[in-house]
Design a protein around this ligand. Structure first.
Ligand code: SAH
Ligand code: SF4
Length: 410
């Protein structure tokens, strides 16, 4: 799986305290003053057209047409929009764009996994910010791993993204733009349910999606819209490290499948490896899972569990995991992720025998616990892999950053 993918972004250090709360953001202007329509709702497109001087009734009709061209047909230029009067194309093109994030680099693995290094439009400092997405083809499905932030405010000890500061939240346009780029590259326009390669989306790239709630919700609404990208909510999974106060809203307002990065079953170990646990503990988290709207036996909650040697991988841990899942009567499946090491990481991956033993204990209790096969290793597309040495930091620097992030969590 692609999660927590590594990039070498043009990291702009944010001075001082970074408060990990969701911050709604305006879609940034292009440097040339044009505004991107990608990521806007029908209503927002209409409002933009009106604000640019289009008469109200016409704006309503054009918004509907533009929506269809952008999200259903994948148009990348206004001149291809045949039912919009030709004379109006330059008017639109002078004011708006339908651009996706810029592709800095695209790579294909020997196992078919594809990875893109993407860049946001430049911000006021003139710099764009790099982030990644990964596409993992399988026999019966194709999964796109999408990023929600550049960097992360959290600091899970085994995750390379956790060693980065939060540069900024991605906008709805940058989130939905990832899916559109993947469709461009797979040649899968117009949106149609049959025979497509891109069948599933996981919000498991860089960042914590529930700390960028509004943008993720708005982007996924476009992805799920039948006249938009038309992907069913059953085929979308949002992964959280455990932002308990946002979980109910996620179920109600987004309604996709939930994955929870559990990774440990005792307070001591989870406090260490997933520090948000010091704020929202295991019991609170599992209660929020039990209350998650829409979870049932047909739509199980996935518990992600990264296998760290001698840290969280004993038979006793496996039995405790089963006990907890039963205690909260959770419709659950467990994904065992072999740890992907990166230079500077303080952990090692568990041995294959240990992972198998852990998996069979959970399986024997009647809970599915497959071991994930790392994909795209030759292009560093798997979890937690360091892309370049540019991001190397000393242990002292990493510790300092960890302390800062912990302080921000309160
Ligand atoms: N912030 C969200 C989603 C992105 S991380 C979250 O934490 O759930 C997606 C998954 O990749 C998480 O389960 C994360 O714990 C896992 N992951 C991160 N680094 C990893 C590594 N080095 N090896 C294996 N899994 C890793
Ligand atoms: Fe990595 Fe933790 Fe942030 Fe997820 S929440 S991206 S695992 S640091």
């Amino acid at each position: 799986m692609c999660a927590a993918m590594q990039t070498a972004p043009n990291l702009m250090p944010i001075p001082g305290h970074v408060d990990p709360v969701p911050v709604p953001r305006e879609a940034p202007m292009q440097t040339d003053g044009r505004k991107s329509l990608v990521g806007l709702t029908r209503e927002q497109i209409r409002a933009e057209l009106e604000a640019a001087g289009m008469e109200s009734k016409q704006a309503k009709l054009r918004a509907k047409q533009l929506w269809h061209w952008i999200y259903n047909r994948g148009a990348t230029a206004f001149e291809t929009m045949t039912d919009i009067a030709k004379a109006q194309h330059p008017w639109l093109a002078e004011r708006f764009t339908v651009e996706r994030p810029q592709v800095v680099e695209a790579q294909v693995s020997t196992d078919g996994t594809r990875k893109w290094l993407l860049r946001t439009a430049p911000d006021s400092s003139g710099a764009g910010h790099d982030f990644e997405m990964v596409f993992i083809p399988d026999a019966d499905r194709g999964t796109l791993c999408v990023s929600s932030q550049v960097g992360c405010t959290l600091n899970c000890r085994f995750c390379h993204t956790g060693t980065m500061r939060l540069v900024r939240n991605l906008t709805p346009g940058e989130i939905v733009g990832q899916v559109m780029l993947a469709r461009d590259s797979l040649g899968e326009w117009p949106s149609q349910p049959e025979g497509r390669m891109l069948t599933n989306i996981v919000m498991m790239g860089m960042g914590e999606p529930l700390y960028n709630f509004d943008a993720v919700r708005d982007a996924l609404a476009i992805v799920m819209d039948g006249d938009g990208l038309a992907l069913s909510k059953r085929r979308i999974t949002l992964s959280t490290s455990g932002v308990v106060p946002m979980m109910e809203r996620a179920g109600k307002e987004i309604g996709v499948n939930l994955a929870v990065s559990l990774h440990a079953v005792t307070k001591e170990v989870r406090d260490e490896i997933v520090p948000i646990n010091r704020k929202y503990g295991i019991d609170e988290l599992l209660q929020a899972c039990a209350d998650y709207p829409g979870a049932n036996n047909a739509r199980r909650i996935t518990f992600e569990y990264v296998m760290l040697r001698d840290k969280n991988d004993s038979d006793e841990d496996a039995r405790e995991l089963v006990r907890l899942i039963r205690k909260y009567k959770l419709p659950a499946k467990v994904n065992l992720i072999p740890f992907n090491p990166w230079p500077g990481a303080v952990y090692e991956c568990s041995t294959p025998e240990r992972i198998r033993s852990f998996s069979s204990i959970v399986f024997e209790a009647g809970i599915s616990a497959p071991i994930r096969t790392p994909r795209g290793r030759d292009i560093d597309a798997a979890c937690g892999q360091l892309k370049t040495s540019a991001e190397k930091r000393s242990r002292a620097e990493l510790d300092r950053l960890a302390e800062e992030k912990q302080a921000a969590l309160g």
